[in-house]
Design a binder for this molecule. Structure first.
Ligand code: GSH
Length: 209
């Protein structure tokens, strides 16, 4: 537990929605800094001075910047370890947990972008995620263990994957297999996820006005 408040840079209807849901799951009293992506605020000062990549989510804590979803999730779940959303260093599930956090950024996201652009990926032997079918069937096999990514244990992983699979199925980028839609619904039904979604809807409406 920390006494120093986390500053959270966020934009509604974006990948940072999942990070917000994690903050809600953890019950964190965070300072919210909202960006309007339509107005390109992410590419302007002062935000590019915070994150030169111009992407959200980002958090600022104890004088340091944390970006990239898996890093943000790992950092927050460890910071509030007493909430039990991350297996500890000596827990046998720690490695599995890290594997699926990193799989998200290093395999799923690049595969998704190639797929959405309908472009030919590199040859499987040189492509960081191999090929879509292998990446996807590996993910589905993990989801089939259910009900959560770590089996019986709910963790920060489920906030990440539940949020990501929600928007990627919604945009028809990921096939709506029954195991995926059931998982997405299971995670979305959690009170903290619903709270984050409602807060985001308010923000999006305010930005659209
Ligand atoms: N590698 C980053 C990617 C985050 C990302 O793509 N964020 C999008 C939101 S959906 C963004 O900030 N887009 C703003 C822009 O580039 O215009 C991460 O995993 O956190």
């Amino acid at each position: 537990m920390t006494n120093e408040r986390v500053t959270f840079y966020h934009a509604p209807n974006s990948r940072s929605g999942g990070a917000r849901a994690l903050l809600e799951e953890l019950g964190v009293d965070y300072e919210l800094k909202v960006l309007n992506l339509r107005k390109q605020e992410q590419r302007q000062s002062p935000y590019v001075g915070v994150n030169p990549m111009g992407k959200v989510p980002a958090i600022w804590h104890r004088g340091q910047l944390v970006t990239e979803q898996p890093a943000v999730y790992i950092y927050l779940a460890d910071l509030y370890a007493e909430k039990g959303l991350a297996p500890g260093l000596d827990d046998p599930l720690r490695g599995v947990y890290l594997r699926w956090m990193v799989f998200y950024g290093s395999c799923f996201e690049p595969a998704l972008v190639d797929r959405s652009m309908q472009r030919e990926p590199a040859a499987p032997s040189t492509c960081p995620y191999g090929d879509w079918d292998t990446m996807f069937s590996t993910l589905v096999a993990q989801l089939e263990r259910g009900p959560y990514m770590l089996g019986e244990r709910f963790s920060a992983l489920d906030v990440l994957w539940g949020s990501a699979l929600r928007w990627t199925t919604m945009f028809k980028l990921v096939p709506e297999l029954p195991v995926i839609t059931a998982y997405v619904e299971r995670i979305a039904a959690r009170p903290a996820m619903q709270r984050a979604a409602a807060l985001d809807a308010e923000l999006a409406a305010a930005q659209a006005a």
